[in-house]
Structures are given as structure tokens and as C-alpha cells.
Design a protein around this ligand. Sequence first.
Ligand code: NAD
Ligand code: UDP
Length: 311
Amino acid sequence: MKKKILVTGGAGFLGSHLCERLLNEDNEVICLDNYFTGQKENVVHLLDNPYFELVRHDITMPFLIEVDEIYNLACPASPIHYQYNPIKTVKTSVMGAVNMLGLAKRIKARILQASTSEVYGDPEIHPQTEDYWGHVNPIGERACYDEGKRCAETLFVNYHKQNNVKIKIVRIFNTYGPRMHPNDGRVVSNFIVQALRDQDITVYGDGKQTRSFQYVDDLIEGMIRMMASPLEFTGPVNIGNPGEFTILELAEKVIHMTGSKSKVIFKSLPSDDPMQRQPNISLAREKLEWEPHIPLEKGLEKTIEYFKTII
Ligand code: NAD
Ligand code: UDP
């Protein structure tokens, strides 16, 4: 029998890939989104499938439905978007989690939370393991996102302990790929769009800060494996690509791969911007037999091809 699966934030970058993969695996998918940062274009190719439903809804309000599984992705993920209305970002993470966990409790569904490497803040240990508690400024520019996601993890863990809700938490590290919004401000999309337009490449700070970039298909595989894993494994589990690059290295790679005439320019570093980030994925390897397979160059090639078609 087909499984019924709810994907909140399903019209966003990651959500649209997840909906597509779940439909390909013969499930019935209900995609819920308020279209704040997502768009119908991301899922329009799925609308002909009779087992796909698109619902406009804001998860800060309760939502009732009967499903077997819930993937909770609804939340703006790019700093410019989550800082646009910080109170709403907190509400989406926290009230959204309460609403979705309440639903999961009532209908006895499995529920997976799309958490983030941002729960580690500007980390003092490197690479980051799941037992690290993090280094987050609770009143800084990023707090609405970081603390919202941390509180959501707290809610997940306590709904599990108090109410036996079947929870799964994945901590997602920087993920890129087709369907990132060209104006969403994240580094991979910014650099590719700038390079394809021969505009200046905007490196914030001195570009020595690092990130570890994961291609979207690897992440989706990790999320699906996590949802299917034995119930006693609740996570949190890091899902990311341990390949670590400086932002300047990324800029140079993108210029080279696009054959662009763009020059690198330096702009001020946003406050609380983490200096380094790299996942330790031993737990995912052990519990999910998962590891990423798509190296940065290969993933960038696919992403550059995508952006060429839309700009
Ligand atoms: P995205 O902005 O493309 O997608 C988020 C989606 O959630 C959008 O479609 C948006 O319209 C929707 N949304 C926002 N607030 C909502 C609300 N109140 N009600 C209903 N829908 C709402 O971002 P993404 O990169 O696809 O991220 C998806 C999830 O993964 C987010 O929870 C994010 O925190 C998490 N994550 C992403 C990354 C990454 O690198 N992409 C890293 C860590 C965590
Ligand atoms: N960044 C940059 N230029 C840009 C966009 C981002 O140098 O045009 C930097 C940003 O300061 C950060 C890194 O790239 O150090 C990753 O930024 P992003 O917003 O993609 O993700 P996050 O900071 O949330 O990991």
C-alpha cells in the first residue's frame, strides 16, 4: 500500500526534491507551503501526478490530516530571508514544531525534523559531532534561526520522551543544487549567478571562513534513510559532506568552472558568521550506512547547468 507523506516547506528548494523522490518511490505526497521563500514553479512538474497534492498553509497554524509520515522542512533557510522577519522565523520553527508534533502524536505518524548545523553556532570544536552543544549568541542576528531550530529539537526530544512520538532529527549542513532561488542570498547561488552574469563575486570578510557543501541528492538520500531507520534511533544525526572549502576557494572554483570574467570583491562579514564548519558523519555512516557521493565539482557542474537555464 502507498504511504501517505506530508512534507512541510515542500515547495522550497530541498522540499521540492524530497517530494519528487518520495513520489518516484510510489508514495502519496501532500506538500504544504505558505510560499514565503518557496514557489509553485518548484513543484509544478509534479502536479500532473494524481498522488501529489499541494496545500497553501502556514505551519504556525494547526493543520489536520491523516498521514503515515511527516517531514518538517518549513522554515526560511537563507540568512537574508530568516532575518527579514525574525519573530516570524522563531514562530515558524517553534509553533510549527508544536503543531506538527501535536499532529504526529494524534495520528501516530513518524516525524522528521530538518534541523541544521547552525545549532552548533560558531563552533569551537572541529569537525562538529552530534554531542557538541554549540556556541550560539542568543541575541545575535542569527539567533531567530539558530535558537528557533534548537528549541524545535528540544520540543521533538520531549514529545518523544513524554508522549512516545516517533521522532527523527537530522542536522543538515550547507546544501546546494538546482532550484535554489537565484536571489536567496546563499553563497553557492550568489556566486554562480554573479559569475554567469560576469558581475563581481561578493566574498564577505576575507573569505577564509569555511563551509562544507553537500549536493542536494546526497542529502535527500540521507533524510529518507533516517526516516526508515529503526525507531529507537531518533538522532540528532549530522547529514553533510565533510569536504571543507574556504569561501575564497569556492569563488575561484565557480569563476573557473563558468569561464567567467568576474572579479572577486570583498565586503564586510555579517555578524556572528561562523568561521568554520565541517560535519563529522561517523554516526550517519554507522547507523544509516550513509555517506555523500557527489564531490563539489560534480555538484557545481549540475547546479551551474541549472542556473544557465533560468537566468
Ligand atoms: P527554502 O527557503 O527553499 O524552503 C523553505 C520552505 O518553507 C519554503 O518553501 C517556504 O515558503 C516554506 N515556509 C517557510 N515558512 C513557512 C511557514 N510558516 N509555513 C509553511 N511553509 C513555510 O529553504 P531550504 O534550503 O529548502 O530549507 C528547507 C529546510 O531545511 C529548512 O527547515 C532549513 O532550515 C533546513 N536546512 C537547510 C539547509 C540548506 O543548506 N539548504 C541547511 C540546514 C537546514
Ligand atoms: N557569503 C559570501 N558571499 C555571499 C554570500 C555568502 O562570502 O555572496 C559567505 C557568508 O558570509 C558565509 C558563507 O558564505 O561565511 C556561507 O553563507 P550562506 O549564507 O550560504 O550559509 P551559512 O552562513 O548559513 O552557512
